[in-house]
Write a protein that binds this ligand. Structure first.
Ligand code: SAH
Length: 249
């Protein structure tokens, strides 16, 4: 895939100017020249071939080619509610969930969460989404919402499939589930210190199904990535099965 650059404003005209870190990278790292071609996207679901027309020390002027709708999203929405781990592990998690096609991350605060997500750390995580999207080809950005308390999240999540990863003492339901085509999924994962019983019970009371990933204690990010990969496979398989059914024999 050609080098991709992100515009934080909608691309609507045949000329556009990149500035900020994206322009810095093109000018000082890639040493771009007038006439060079790149791909740009603005998170709206499309991408554009663009040709460098002019550049100075801080900005790159581009001639923008026709809009190309290139959809690399999952066929239906997958949301991950997670008490984010600290620092690099949180950033790693956001990168991997972006690559796997997750639609939305809802940072959760729980009784045993250690990390408080503030505007500054949200900004850094959202920048990580852009970087991962440039690399993996997504033209829509994974959304990171503002943090929500566990209780209100499990009570308000609207997806028809709602699964909570939990190590129940009596053993947990394995992932022997097949979601139907078009069904949206929400998956909740607890913090490093685990969910307290009341939190798991609140989820079950709100219609969430407890799922297990075996008898080992996984890191938050391992559980989140494993479940996101499983969910991506489920929604893609369901969509494929539906399109096979509708194909004329
Ligand atoms: N000491 C904690 C461990 C938390 S692990 C405890 O006993 O609960 C962090 C989170 O990852 C958990 O809250 C759960 O959501 C998920 N998780 C980790 N291992 C899991 C497993 N084997 N099955 C299901 N969920 C798991």
């Amino acid at each position: 895939m050609a080098d991709r650059y992100f515009f934080d404003r909608p691309i609507t005209a045949s000329h556009a100017t990149l500035d900020g870190p994206e322009a810095h990278h093109l000018i000082h790292v890639m040493r771009i020249r007038p006439g060079d071609q790149i791909i740009v996207f603005d998170g709206s679901g499309s991408e554009f071939a663009a040709t460098v027309s002019r550049l100075d020390r801080r900005t790159v002027a581009l001639d923008i080619g026709p809009r190309r709708e290139v959809d690399r999203e999952l066929p239906s929405s997958v949301e991950i509610g997670v008490a984010l781990p600290k620092g690099d592990r949180g950033r790693w998690l956001v990168e991997k969930l972006t690559e796997l096609g997750v639609t939305r991350i809802v940072p959760l605060t729980t009784v045993r969460s250690v990390v408080r997500v503030d505007e500054k750390s949200l900004g850094r995580l959202r920048r990580g989404v852009v970087e991962a999207s440039k690399q993996c080809g997504r033209n829509r950005l994974l959304e990171i919402t503002s943090p929500q308390p566990w209780q209100s999240y499990v009570e308000s999540a609207a997806a028809p499939w709602r699964l909570v990863a939990h190590l129940a003492p009596s053993g947990t339901t394995p992932l022997a589930i097949s979601v139907s085509a078009g069904a949206e999924l929400a998956i909740a994962i607890g913090p490093e210190g685990g969910l307290i019983d009341e939190e798991a019970e609140a989820a079950v009371a709100a219609g969430w199904r407890i799922v297990g990933l075996g008898p080992r204690i996984l890191r938050v990010e391992t559980a989140a990535v494993a479940l996101a990969a499983w969910a991506a496979d489920q929604v893609m398989t369901a969509a494929d099965a539906r399109s096979q059914q509708h194909r004329p024999a």
